[in-house]
Ligand binder design. Structure first.
Ligand code: CS2
Length: 484
């Protein structure tokens, strides 16, 4: 059998728009989520005849995506997978991919180019170098210290933004709009805090200029994008007759809500289904607490029980009842924007989680829990305590995260905990010597994850200990919650 050709302009039958047009966007963190979300919206916009919104992608760590996409002229396939079947579309909005560490100055120069009006970000929660619990820039981080000492050849997302803005200011150019597309609460405000604070370390005048001139709109992004596997690439090759090392797969559902506050040219995203609004915060909270909160809870509790995928975990009657109880706890903490109906939203989430075609691995979601827990579960718990409400499902989810840090499921299978704080969380777990009170105390002592209003709360402490004690004794962690 001959090997299928690699995807490229001459291989796929691609409907046309002229890709030889100005690049208006630099995107930092060109992973699967960006390729299945923002880049798809911009591809649609360009297909409608809008110009000036091609994307220059950038990786801040490895050359992996550049090696996948550059030989394909930036082209890749987005495969939508639902129960009804699959729909593939070749996405053309990414021109090429730069690799930050290979040549940091080249990336800074690309961002400072006069055509660039917008810098979008999916650098993951940890990429902002903020304390997850407080949102303050982590000035002790080695990467931030590097960027303070070498502002012209940065390593971090905030470092690149500061370097490029400094150059634009020096050259008399307007700043670009900075649009965070990560699952952080008030992601625009947090990005602004990180960038202004970092600039202040080296150039207070620049910090003031950024604070006055640069817009950091908030945005809520939503699409489930499981990691692509080699089997997915093979299956696409069989179906389409070409090999695409950069393919991504996603559910059909996609949502993007963007705060309408730009300081430079603004793409007319409303033409391709993006909701432009003045206040994103209620939507962010709904999504972080209902979708991502349940995702993380299922990852730890379902993962400890030995499940591999989201659709398998949500089919377990105990875990399904647990997720429903968690959502009952979340609901009173939400501000309800017009058009939001909790019952409809929850049912849609259940259907999305149950999608077997995605094969979304719980381990993918379990990653970086120390960065995710504050906005997904801990803030909800704190809000409920302030309202005098008990939260057994939230406590069980948080206790399951603590148990997960031991790196062993309830059946004794070992796994690697993938988290920037894995050493500290593992020590917190091990040093507890199997005593739930001590383990919980060790975790609550981590000020960067747990806000003070949680750590000083004796009722929360006792509830977490009781839940963790049950999890440590249980050979089947799903039984920790009664089936509905
Ligand atoms: C998931 C998210 O991996 C995770 O932590 O919860 O990536 C989730 O799939 C997306 O936010 C859905 O929009």
């Amino acid at each position: 059998m001959t090997r299928p050709p690699r995807l490229g302009p001459d291989v796929a039958a691609i409907p046309d728009y002229d890709r030889n047009q100005p690049t208006g966007i630099v995107h930092l963190g060109v992973g699967a989520f960006h390729r299945a979300h923002q880049a798809v919206y911009f591809d649609r916009l360009l297909s409608q005849g809008e110009t000036g919104w091609m994307i220059r992608g950038a990786s801040l760590r490895s050359a992996g995506v550049a090696d996948q996409l550059n030989p394909q002229s930036g082209l890749y396939t987005c495969v939508e997978q639902d129960r009804g079947g699959e729909v593939s579309r070749v996405i053309r909005s990414v021109r090429d991919v730069l690799v930050g560490p290979a040549d940091p100055r080249r990336l800074v120069a690309a961002m400072a180019h006069p055509d660039i009006a917008l810098v979008t970000l999916t650098i993951t929660e940890k990429g902002y170098e903020l304390d997850p619990g407080t949102g303050a820039l982590n000035l002790d981080s080695a990467a931030i210290r590097h960027d303070v000492e070498h502002p012209d050849s940065p390593q971090t997302g905030p470092g690149y933004l500061v370097a490029a803005l400094a150059r634009r200011r020096a050259e008399g150019l307007a700043p670009f709009t900075i649009l965070s597309c990560d699952n952080l609460p008030e992601n625009g405000r947090r990005t602004r805090a990180a960038v202004v604070e970092l600039a202040r370390q080296t150039d207070p005048g620049l910090a003031d200029w950024i604070a006055e001139t640069t817009a950091f709109p908030c945005s809520m992004v939503d699409r489930i994008v499981p990691a692509t596997t080699e089997a997915d690439i093979e299956a696409l090759a069989v179906r389409e007759g070409y090999r695409d090392a950069g393919m991504v797969k996603a559910e059909a559902f996609s949502q993007w809500v963007v705060e309408d506050r730009f300081c430079n040219r603004r793409p007319p995203l409303e033409r391709v289904g993006v909701e432009m609004t003045l206040d994103v915060a209620p939507w962010e909270k709904i999504k972080l607490r209902l979708l991502n909160g349940a995702h993380s809870a299922l990852a730890y509790l379902g993962g400890l029980a030995g499940y591999t995928h989201v659709h398998e975990a949500i089919a377990d009657p105990h875990l399904r009842a647990f997720v429903e109880a968690l959502w009952d706890e979340v609901e009173p903490t939400l501000d309800r924007p017009d058009g939001f109906e909790a019952a409809v939203y929850r049912q849609a989430l259940l259907d999305r989680f149950a999608n077997p075609a995605l094969a979304h691995r719980l381990h993918q979601i379990a990653m970086d829990g120390s960065q995710k827990l504050p906005q997904r579960l801990l803030a909800t718990l704190a809000d409920r305590r302030a309202g005098g409400r008990n939260s057994p499902a939230l406590k069980l989810a948080i206790a399951a995260w603590m148990r997960w840090q031991g790196g062993e499921d309830a059946r004794g299978n070992r796994f690697t905990v993938d988290d920037p704080m894995a050493d500290r969380t593992r020590t917190a777990f091990i040093a507890g010597g199997g005593d739930p009170d001590r383990i919980v105390a060790n975790f609550l002592a981590m000020g960067t994850v747990f806000a003070p209003r949680i750590t000083v709360d004796q009722e929360v402490r006792a509830g977490l200990s009781a839940a963790l004690g049950g999890l440590l004794r249980s050979g089947d962690t799903t039984l920790m919650w009664p089936a509905g």
